[in-house]
Write a protein that binds this ligand. Structure first.
Ligand code: NAG
Ligand code: NAG
Length: 293
């Protein structure tokens, strides 16, 4: 398997990464853990935790380094927790219960209450998150969480761009274009169907336009703004439009990761293909058909 080969190939180099501190004539060699910022840190962490991650029996199990999400019946998830916590502890790891969340997808309130009581015995500070606010790896899971997620980013965009007015205009335009405008939204656009929130995307574009006008000290009319949104190579300012981009980036991400997602979710149709991809494709086809020939 390529993954194993890669690890074996790396092993001879690991020795080089052991940090050595020298204090006058004494050598203090690093005895515990990986150094902060070590590029191999994530890989070594993943190797250490691999056995535990694979031992999880819940039907939904995704782990990305120290971020794990389990899903299934209350019994299955609780059984995993009871088993995994001691195994993690053998590795010197513990779950921080105040950073953990539990989300009720479809249990009745009473059943959920009693399940919470059991789970609080092991993770006492676990937070109950409403389904509408469920995020996995920073991305909203249900469509009703999208607006709030975009809104948070929009507030940050406004706050940062107000500060940009206090610095040199060239640097301000550079930062607006490359950091605070579309690049900060792109991950959410790629990972969630933000195209469903056209009004909100339009508000993002209006904010970017307003700040571009303030920074450049010009007023863009419709044609001018359309030109400013073009890439640099086409004579624009490369201030890309959220309305234009949200849909194609979502669709292309979904299309290129579709097989991997199906593999991770065990091909479960209600999780993926049936839910997002096909409706998005038909909207795209409609849009293509409505273009003037
Ligand atoms: C757990 O997370 C909270 C919130 O981020 C933090 O304040 C606390 O120090 C953490 N506890 C441990 C034991 O790391
Ligand atoms: C919740 O949904 C899952 C998946 O659709 C289903 O298998 C399960 O029976 C449902 N549970 C309840 C309590 O309705």
């Amino acid at each position: 398997m390529p993954w194993k080969l890669a690890i074996n190939g790396l092993l001879p180099y690991l020795n080089w990464l052991i940090c050595i501190l020298i204090a006058s004539d004494n050598i203090i060699s690093s005895a515990t853990g990986i150094q902060q910022g070590d590029p191999l840190g994530p890989l070594l962490f993943a190797m250490a935790i691999d056995g535990v991650a694979r031992s999880i029996a819940s039907p939904f199990n995704i782990c990305y380094l120290d971020d794990a999400t389990l899903g299934g019946s209350i019994e299955a998830v609780a059984a995993d927790l009871f088993r995994v916590i001691p195994s993690l502890s053998l590795l010197g790891l513990e779950i921080n219960s105040s950073k953990s969340e539990i989300i009720n997808l479809n249990y009745s309130a009473d059943d959920f209450e009693s399940a919470i009581r059991d789970i609080r015995l092991i993770l006492e500070d676990i937070k109950i998150t409403p389904k509408e606010e469920l995020h996995i790896l920073g991305s909203p899971v249900f469509p009703m969480a999208i607006r709030e997620c975009l809104d948070t980013k929009h507030v940050i965009l406004t706050r940062m761009t107000e500060k940009l007015r206090q610095i040199d205009t060239h640097a301000a335009l550079f930062l607006l274009k490359n950091c605070f405008s579309l690049p900060s939204f792109l991950y959410t656009f790629r990972s969630a169907p933000c195209y469903l929130e056209q009004d909100f995307l339009n508000e993002i574009d209006i904010t970017v336009k307003r700040f571009a006008e303030l920074i450049c000290n010009v007023n863009f009319d419709d044609t001018g703004w359309r030109q400013a949104m073009l890439p640099l190579s086409f004579g624009g300012l490369d201030l890309r439009s959220a309305v234009d981009l949200a849909f194609p980036v979502y669709l292309s991400s979904l299309s290129s990761s579709h097989e991997l997602i199906d593999e991770i979710l065990g091909g479960s149709p209600q999780c993926f293909s049936g839910s997002s991809f096909e409706p998005a494709c038909s909207v795209w086809i409609q849009e293509l058909l409505s273009l003037p020939h």
